[in-house]
Design a binder for this molecule. Structure first.
Ligand SMILES: Cc1ncc(COP(=O)(O)O)c(C=O)c1O
Length: 421
């Protein structure tokens, strides 16, 4: 299979890039993408895990073009506009409790940056200078300076000094050993220990499942327990739903599986189905209220020129319409379960350590990083794009995937696993 060479003048993210470095994508439609040599692939990773409604969805393109003709954008500090107002209203409707207040930015990392600034400033408004944050060591929350420090994953860190106190909670066992009531207990015991420190905690931030951190699915009850612990210690609970939000796990949000209401939720990726950059930080009204009468030297010192871009907001509103009309949340649950059961036969394979997932997040853990790389390469040779990440193959196709495409995905992946021997 021939692969095209990408431009040498382009500085790509995360350089040096090790995976599929020579692949150049020129066209995409639905669940398929085509490379510069004309080869079509089934997109098992939704672009950058974000193209939830499939590539080139006509309703989303129409919403973008229509909005461009009316108003592309306007200074978000000086004025507001209807698309951003309407999106904030829709987010308030689909989020539980009084998560009614959305701040719009351009990327997931910016959303995390904003969530931290909102959290720290909130504590100052209450007269407490709480700064300590607790996160998972294997969590991933982006690559801007603040977000980068929330992760303890060695391959995401730089060695420059920390700007704020952060305590990383390590996983107490292998991901496959955590999906039990004992697993939930062990995880909660570690968070309880971290929260019991003499230094009060400003917030606990977690993903509903660890994406980059081994695609680790948490046992039922973990998030509910964490909510209780945060309440006991007066700490805010921030959910990073950048990867999991908007139907990816078979519920609208990952935290819906445990029926909890976080204090702050950060969403991106699926919010605009990858058509245009957008992220939202949705906080409770109680948090936003503290900013209303804050002295000017306090308040939220954060915002971007293109934050809450009118075209992006119009697309996000169309995404929610498409998701409802095409029943994409339900489809994520059904197709995800189908794909996982299609891979069941490999649970006993000597080179496969675990197969796990939630909705359309599916992880095949191999016995080594080399085996995972071999599966991803084999899948690509069979016309399927997936990600190999340190021993785990991550699969997250668009939520629009059909039953026939799910069967094709399982078939292509099975061929790749079979070549492991
Ligand atoms: C859970 C999570 N948090 C944060 C981010 C960072 O988002 P972005 O790449 O848009 O800055 C990502 C991106 O992959 C993510 O998956």
């Amino acid at each position: 299979m021939s692969r095209s060479t990408s431009s040498s003048s382009l500085w790509r993210p995360w350089m040096p890039v090790t995976q599929q470095a020579d692949l150049q994508i020129t066209e995409a439609r639905g669940c398929r993408v085509r490379d510069a040599d004309g080869t079509w692939y089934l997109d098992g990773i939704s672009g950058v895990l974000n193209v939830s409604c499939g590539h080139g969805h006509p309703r989303l393109i129409e919403a973008a073009v229509d909005q461009m003709h009316r108003l592309s954008h306007y200074d978000p500090m000086a004025a507001s506009h209807q698309p951003a107002e309407a999106l904030a209203q829709r987010l308030a409707e689909i989020m539980p409790g009084d998560l009614n207040e959305s701040f719009l930015v351009n990327s997931g990392s910016e959303g995390i940056e904003a969530a931290l600034k909102i959290c720290w400033q909130y504590w100052r408004h209450l007269g407490e200078n709480r700064e300590r944050i607790i996160s998972f060591e294997a969590g991933y929350h982006g690559t801007t300076a603040l977000g980068q420090e929330l992760s303890g994953l060695p391959f995401t860190a730089n060695d420059w000094p920390n700007r704020f106190p952060v305590d990383h909670v390590a996983l107490p066992a292998e991901p496959r050993a955590l999906r039990t009531a004992e697993g939930a207990k062990a995880l909660l015991a570690l968070f309880s220990q971290a929260l019991n420190s003499a230094t009060p905690t400003a917030a606990v931030i977690v993903e509903p499942l660890l994406g980059l951190g081994g695609c680790t699915v948490f046992p039922e009850g973990f998030l509910a327990g964490l909510r209780r612990l945060c309440d006991e210690h007066g700490a805010l609970l921030i959910l990073d739903e950048i990867f999991t939000g908007f139907g990816r796990t078979g519920r609208m949000f990952g935290f819906d599986h445990d029926g909890i209401t976080p204090d702050i939720v950060v969403t991106s990726k699926g919010i605009s189905s990858g058509l245009i950059p957008l992220a939202a930080v949705t906080a409770t009204t109680a948090i936003k209220e503290t900013f209303r009468d804050a002295p000017v030297v306090q308040g939220l010192r954060y915002g971007h020129t293109t934050g809450g871009h009118a075209v992006a907001a119009a697309v996000a509103k169309a995404v929610l319409d498409v998701m409802a009309e095409e029943k994409l949340v339900e489809n994520a649950g059904t197709q995800g379960a189908g794909i996982r059961s299609g891979l069941d036969a490999f649970r006993a394979h000597p080179r496969i350590a675990d197969i796990r997932g939630l909705g359309l997040v599916i992880a095949v853990e191999a016995d080594s990083p080399e085996s995972a790389e071999a599966i991803a390469t084999g899948a690509m040779d069979n016309g399927l794009l997936v990600r190999a990440e340190r021993g785990v193959v991550r699969i997250a196709p668009p939520l629009t995937i059909t039953t026939d495409e799910s069967i094709e995905l399982v078939d292509k992946l099975s061929r790749a696993i079979a070549t492991l021997g």
